[in-house]
Design a protein around this ligand. Structure first.
Ligand code: G
Ligand code: G
Ligand code: MN
Ligand code: NA
Length: 254
């Protein structure tokens, strides 16, 4: 309840900030994209993590305004990176299933790109399996509208949704993100390794890009390399950091 009260004024009081976590090509070690992760520094409560305030934002009816702010701000940042000469550097934004259910989502995304003067090709949206599975027929249409704009679609936390895999054929998806829970013990646990290897093989067969989340150790990295995983996201390279810090990190990596 306290979170909700503080959250109501957080947008207008400018209490949000976006941090960006790089997504790195395993082969070339090039930073090819970044995930926008929302941070809230409440003057009253201190820093509150998104796992704590996003559910409150959803139940309090605040998620659409907050989500729109995140999308617009992420588009502006993607444009800055593009203007700085980073080629094809994409930014991905997490969408709540409540946002996805809204009829105005597509026009909101379109406007965010237009107002930032950003090519929609440089924007990706992340949706969970459960969000897209809720109403398959309807969601195919919405996802196609997003794809038709040129925006990429990524399935977040892949493998945790207990859902049928048949939707992968139906939906215009670009990227699967293997959930961190499968990656964590990949170097020690043959079962987890087998699951991750199978997901990667599946993604390749379906021509989907694959991102392994939560990579922290060289052992995990090596195993993923053996499985020909495309892209790595995790503390091994960087946690989510402010945009300027990521710019610096990328300049150093060149
Ligand atoms: O940043 P962190 O790893 O603590 O994120 C925790 C959770 O909060 C993740 O599941 C992430 O997807 C979610 N999250 C972070 N930023 C946003 C956001 O802008 N919108 C939504 N809907 N979820 C977010
Ligand atoms: O659910 P989603 O994938 O959107 O959330 C990403 C979350 O995972 C963020 O909270 C982010 O801080 C966290 N995260 C990213 N990389 C790592 C990692 O290597 N280790 C751990 N423990 N968490 C990570
Ligand atoms: Mn995500
Ligand atoms: Na995830």
């Amino acid at each position: 309840l306290r979170i909700e009260g503080c959250l109501r004024n957080a947008l207008q009081n400018n209490e949000f900030e976006i941090h960006y976590q790089p997504q790195v090509c395993l082969k070339t070690k090039k930073f090819i994209s970044a995930e926008a992760l929302l941070r809230w520094n409440s003057p009253e409560l201190g820093p509150v993590g998104p796992s704590d305030f996003i559910p409150v934002a959803e139940s309090a009816g605040l998620i659409n305004d907050i989500g729109e702010w995140v999308t617009r701000e992420a588009c502006r940042q993607a444009k800055r990176w593009s203007d700085e000469g980073l080629e094809n550097f994409r930014v991905s934004v997490n969408l709540s299933s409540l946002q996805f259910q809204r009829a105005t989502l597509v026009s909101m995304i379109k406007r965010a790109c237009e107002d930032a003067n950003l090519s929609p090709k440089l924007l990706e949206v992340e949706l969970t399996e459960s969000a897209v599975m809720a109403d398959v027929e309807h969601n195919v249409k919405r996802l196609n509208q997003i794809r038709d704009m040129g925006v990429s679609i990524s399935i977040d936390d892949f493998g945790t949704g207990y859902s049928s895999l048949s939707y992968l054929k139906k939906f215009p998806i670009n990227t699967l993100k293997i959930d961190r829970s499968f990656v964590i013990n990949i170097a020690q646990d043959p079962d987890d390794a087998a699951i991750v290897e199978a997901i990667i093989a599946l993604a390749k067969t379906l021509n989907l890009e694959i991102i392994a989340e939560g990579v922290e150790t060289l052992g995990q990295l090596k195993t993923l390399n053996d499985f020909s995983c495309d892209i790595i996201q995790g503390f091994y390279f960087s946690k989510a950091i402010p945009a300027d810090d990521l710019s610096q990190l990328m300049k150093k990596a060149l």
